[in-house]
Design a protein around this ligand. Structure first.
Ligand SMILES: C[S@@+](CC[C@H](N)C(=O)[O-])C[C@H]1O[C@@H](n2cnc3c(N)ncnc32)[C@H](O)[C@@H]1O
Length: 320
């Protein structure tokens, strides 16, 4: 397997930040835990001993771990590969099951449009909120190339009317309120600067302004998920205010720069999620493109969990 050696894009880096920060479960899953595992287990259970599964845009391996669990529980010798264009390292996560890890190979820095695998290497392909982020026609052609004839694929795809999409839109609104109306980052920058040169009353005045904004936003948005930008910025702003006078000013400036980078990465990820979402017409188009790329029996259906549309399920099979 040759890894791509070109420089990672800003998009890929934004996901690397996310996965390296340790989130293990599917990102932005409508800010709720929907139970999708049993359906994935059913799909992976079709794999017999000797089969090879590729999980596309695997992130921290949400699906790859499920596939590995199925293999272990059913005592089948199945190899699983998880690929992603972020520089992932799920093996380094806390609490990793060493036994499952032996069944999975994670390959980061790999675009779905350029897979470093031999022709007809895999029997099954899965993807959970991942395939639709890549360039569609090249990702389809690459998938067709690496799947064996008759190889099956099942993808959960973002739906533009689904609850995950709606949750993403809400996150964008909240982030905008804090960043554009709240001006939190410029205020933190001002505080970092004031800490080096300004008088104590001026520093106290800026601290008070930031505190008031954070309190207002915290009251408005209660119980936010831990990977929500607003949650993170509120927490960090409080830590920051308390750190003034306690840590060197140069460290304060570095912290603001880090937060500004987090904000940029978060915004890129949210935009990518919005763009990835498909409506019914686009799903129809995906089926046609798949059939044109050498797949057969391509079809899709709305996927509901607990009465809500979480996404689309797209299924297809490599032609013989
Ligand atoms: C919403 S996350 C889903 C991750 C994982 N499948 C899960 O269920 O937790 C989308 C993933 O797609 C990856 N991705 C986006 N574009 C990609 C591309 N062109 N090639 C490979 N991976 C890509 C991102 O790095 C990110 O990890």
């Amino acid at each position: 397997m040759n890894k791509n050696t070109h420089r990672p894009s800003a998009k890929a880096l934004s996901w690397t930040r996310y996965w390296r920060s340790g989130f293990q479960n599917t990102c932005f899953f409508a800010d709720e835990a929907f139970s999708v595992e049993s359906d994935w287990r059913a799909f992976f259970s079709e794999a017999a001993t000797g089969a090879k599964i590729i999980d596309l845009a695997t992130g921290n391996g949400a699906l790859a771990w499920i596939a590995a669990g199925v293999a272990r529980d059913s005592h089948r010798d199945i190899a699983i590969v998880g690929v992603d264009f972020a520089d992932i390292s799920p093996a380094d996560l806390a609490g990793v099951d060493a036994e499952l890890l032996q069944l999975v190979a994670f390959v980061g820095s790999t675009d779905l449009a350029q897979l470093p695998f031999a022709d007809a290497e895999f029997d099954f392909a899965s993807s959970q909120f991942g395939f639709e982020y890549a360039e569609e026609s090249s990702a389809l052609m690459e998938l067709r190339r690496v799947l064996k004839p008759g190889g099956k694929a099942r993808f959960l795809i973002h739906a533009s009317e689904g609850v995950v999409h709606e949750a993403t839109t809400q996150r964008q609104r909240r982030a905008r309120l804090m960043l554009e109306s709240g001006q939190i980052i410029p205020l933190l920058e001002e505080l970092a600067k004031a800490a080096t040169s300004a008088s104590a009353p001026r520093v106290a005045k800026i601290q008070k302004r930031i505190s008031a904004k954070v309190d207002l936003i915290s009251r408005k948005f209660k119980q936010l998920p831990a990977d929500d930008l607003v949650f993170e910025l509120c927490r960090e702003a409080k830590v920051f205010i308390a750190a003034v006078g306690q840590v060197p000013a140069i460290e304060l400036s570095a912290r603001v720069r880090h937060l500004a980078e987090e904000v940029r990465a978060y915004t890129l990820r949210l935009n990518a999620m919005q763009q990835a979402a498909r409506n019914a017409g686009q799903m129809q188009g995906l089926c046609q493109s798949a059939d044109a790329a050498g797949f057969t029996l391509s079809n899709y259906e709305a996927y509901h969990v607990d009465g809500q549309q979480v996404g689309w399920i797209f299924k297809t099979q490599a032609s013989d």
